[in-house]
Ligand binder design. Sequence first.
Ligand SMILES: [Zn+2]
Length: 116
Amino acid sequence: MKEYVGGCHCGEVKFKFNSDQAVEIWECNCSICKIHGYEHLFIKHDDFEITDGKDLISEYSFGTKKAKHLFCKKCGTKSFYQPRSHPGSYSINLRCVDEPPDIYKVVHFDGKNEFK
Ligand SMILES: [Zn+2]
């Protein structure tokens, strides 16, 4: 395990987390992931910490409202959020990690049909 840091575009929201150095990520075809080109890295709540900008984080939900889409109020970046598929973890956007871990596997998740 290694500590990684990441955050939003403007740099106000920052987080750190512990992760393996080679990871599996998910790409999802649902309406919101498709728009963002989101690369999901699931990290257990206990291994994740917001280090800056907590008060700038806003929330968006749609459909069943089970997923909590979190974004920076200032720059609009969704750097991590609470996914419906993994209730015990956050999903971090690998694109928002400063020096990200290596990807050893990409899972193509059919969120479009799974989450109707
Ligand atoms: Zn921001």
